[in-house]
Write a new protein. Structure first.
Lengths: 157, 141
């Protein structure tokens, strides 16, 4: 499974001028609505927010992977990179700048779990995190992810 | 009140069984679960010799499997309305479980040990060290 198969340029938000976790999640949910992954950004935001209330999805090193399975039309990932670090109550206490929202239809739970594992593993590479933070447009974000995947694939051959 | 339960999640189906026992406990105690997986470097070294793969490659595979089980346990907790956060570290489980319990101020430490796994490791040494160094309840599941 490749993360790049689930990301599209219209779901990549760069230099987001946001001030709170709620702002982050709302922007990403709006992106999911705009690209047709879900019908209503408001409903998606409410469900993602409910999930966050059970515990932050900040996985450390400035990265958070909010996620939800819901009445989605497809499985998709939105990427948001903030201009300034946001306190996301991550487990390591570090503020976050890199956010990956994973949305999946309810009936694809096995793939959903695998996709989150794929995202969480890939983003452990500090080189990729640095490239994403320095990316100037959505194309560069996707290119960095594709290159990291290729590098990972080469090391496992 | 018990506030935090550190649940060691292994990259195997026994994690699910352990979670089935610990999640109701967390709900009853109104506690948060810290689901915790260790990418076991000693396993990677053993597998390297057996498989011929590079150690880094095996570590990445173990890490991805670990995340998968962590998210599975998270799903189970979420379905029961139990608060949960996930954490993964790389090292030796017997060291990292102690480090994590202290770092996250866990009130209870839950360690799943199957009979199969128990036969393959020095359970007494592992658990005994945890009892000595953690000074808090340890639940073997």
């Amino acid at each position: 499974m490749k993360l790049s198969d689930y990301i599209a340029e219209d779901r990549v938000i760069l230099d987001a001028d946001v001030e709170s976790p709620a702002d982050v999640l709302k922007q990403m949910c709006n992106a999911m609505e705009c690209c047709g992954t879900v019908c209503a950004a408001g409903d998606l935001y409410r469900k993602v927010q409910e999930r966050e209330e059970l515990g932050s999805t900040g996985i450390g090193e400035g990265v958070a992977v909010p996620h939800i399975h819901t009445e989605a039309n497809s499985m998709a990932v939105a990427v948001l990179i903030t201009r300034n670090p946001i306190d996301f109550d991550a487990i390591d206490g570090k503020p976050c700048r890199l956010f990956f929202l994973v949305v999946s239809p309810d009936e694809r739970r096995a793939e959903y779990l695998q996709l989150m594992a794929t995202v969480s593993t890939l983003i452990q590479h500090s080189e990729l995190r640095e490239q994403l933070l320095e990316a100037r447009d959505a194309k560069e974000v996707i290119k960095a992810i594709v290159e990291a995947e290729e590098k990972a694939a080469c090391s496992t051959r | 009140m018990t506030k935090r339960i550190l649940l060691l999640v292994s990259g195997s189906p026994e994690s699910k069984r352990a979670a089935e026992l610990v999640i109701p406990l967390a709900r009853a105690l109104n506690s948060q679960i810290i689901a915790f997986h260790v990418v076991d470097v000693s396993v990677a070294r053993r597998m390297r010799h057996a498989s011929g793969k590079h150690e880094h490659e095996i570590l990445v595979e173990l890490e991805e499997t670990g995340w998968k089980y962590l998210y599975l346990v998270e799903e189970m907790a979420k379905d029961e309305g139990v608060r949960i956060v996930l954490q993964q570290m790389e090292g030796f489980p017997e060291n990292k479980i102690i480090e994590a319990a202290k770092k996250f101020s866990a009130d209870i430490v839950a360690i799943p040990i199957s009979s199969k796994r128990g036969a393959a490791m020095d359970v007494g040494k592992f658990v005994g060290r945890a009892f000595r160094e953690l000074e808090r309840p340890i639940l073997i599941v």
